[in-house]
Design a protein around this ligand. Structure first.
Ligand code: FAD
Length: 349
């Protein structure tokens, strides 16, 4: 008998696995390669929505939990996954500069928006109006995190590479049974794969496809992340991650010509030097109409839970949402109404 059977090992599944292990619970993770949102993500964390100059929902709280999460993980996995790096918002006009400084006066945004206008010139980018710097930002190397975490789980016999078969899940008095595994609880964290899950498939998980590139640009000399309509993230050796697109119709994870054209156009709005596309990725973000995660316990099955809907911000949201779900299961701490799946009627199995 284990405490938690966890389905999915993306940002959501890893966040919950860690929360459980750090609280001395036993786990087994079942994962396949059907979704790749976490693997290919930009990995940025940014407490400010730069389009509207507004604070990300509960940003400060999430950052505290995320920082602790990465600090513990880096020690445990013996590798660096959290890279603290400024995000600069390029200004296109004096009006944009003014809007920035007005926003930085607001109490909730003051900790995140620097009041110094950055006028440093980066070769390859024209910036006559300078940049604003967002504070407490950076990115997580999500691909490395997923790879190292899987290695750790395998080494400790806590990983099963297979497609979870929903038909053989049984409820028992003490929890659930899956094949020969008995667990007190099961956590579903399948990202957009949730649509195959008969227990939760009626929850409104829309899915938003995103495409991104790795480019090589020898004349660009960025040592910060620049973010406007797309982000440009320096990886070293003249390589940059650039993304991302938003497509609400196509739900496949195949890179497209349409996505490529859009990204190339956006890049050219920011940089004016040559670049070469080294690789092109796509994935489906698990987004929800009301832009809040899908967290909670199935209304008819006490041992069956969900951790999903991390949307466009899995890096910041994952650890905080895993903590909230864990505390609601173990300590009966009520979930915030905004994230609890009770706000929708789950008409699944
Ligand atoms: C192009 C792009 C750029 C992004 N950029 C950022 C960013 O900069 N910052 C940020 O915070 N977020 C970003 N995101 C969003 C972020 O990636 C998501 O919020 C996050 O990946 C969601 O994690 P997840 O674990 O819920 O889902 P996933 O990463 O999809 O993981 C689900 C896992 O469950 C497995 N699975 C599914 N069904 C089954 C089954 N039946 N049996 C076994 N295993 C199963 C899947 O194979 C997968 O391994 C981006 C996303 C995309 C696509």
């Amino acid at each position: 008998m284990i405490d938690y059977l966890i389905i999915g090992s993306g940002l959501a599944g890893i966040s919950f696995s860690e929360m459980a292990l750090q609280n001395n619970k036993s786990i087994l993770v079942v994962n396949n390669n059907s979704q790749n949102s976490s693997k290919i993500a930009g990995g940025l964390y940014n407490p400010v929505i730069l389009k509207r100059f507004s604070e990300v929902w509960k940003a400060q709280e999430q950052l505290i939990i995320m920082n602790e999460f990465f600090a513990v993980l880096e020690k445990k996995l013996n590798c660096k996954v959290d890279f603290k790096l400024p995000i600069l918002r390029k200004f296109f006009s004096v009006e944009e500069q003014n809007n920035w400084f007005a926003a930085s006066d607001k109490m909730n945004l003051a900790p995140f928006l620097s009041t110094h206008l950055i006028s440093k010139k980066y070769s390859g980018i024209d910036s006559p109006f300078g940049y604003g710097e967002v504070l407490q930002t950076g990115y997580a190397d999500t691909a490395l995190l997923l790879e190292k975490y899987k290695e750790y789980l395998i080494k400790n016999k806590m990983y099963l590479e297979e497609t979870f078969d929903y038909d053989v899940l049984k409820e028992e008095e003490t929890g659930i049974r899956y094949k020969n595994i008995q667990a007190r609880h099961i956590i579903f964290a399948e990202g957009f794969g949730m649509h195959a899950n008969p227990y939760f498939k009626n929850l409104p998980l829309d899915g938003t496809k995103g495409e991104l590139f790795i480019i090589k640009a020898a004349q660009l000399d960025l040592d910060v992340i620049v973010n406007t309509s797309v982000f440009i993230l320096p990886l070293g050796n003249d390589l940059y991650k650039v993304g991302a697109t938003y497509n609400w119709k196509d739900k496949t994870d195949l890179p497209t010509e349409e996505g490529k054209t859009e990204l190339v156009e956006r890049i050219k709005e920011i940089i004016h030097c040559d670049f070469e596309i080294v690789s092109h990725f796509a994935g489906v973000r698990p987004t929800v109409k009301d832009r809040r995660p899908l967290i909670g316990t199935h209304p008819n099955h006490n041992a069956i839970h969900i951790l999903n809907g991390l949307g466009t911000r899995g890096v910041m949201l994952g650890p905080a949402m895993a903590k909230a779900l864990f505390e609601s299961i173990e300590n009966k701490k009520p979930l915030d109404k905004e994230i609890d799946i009770k706000r929708f009627s789950a008409k699944g199995k």
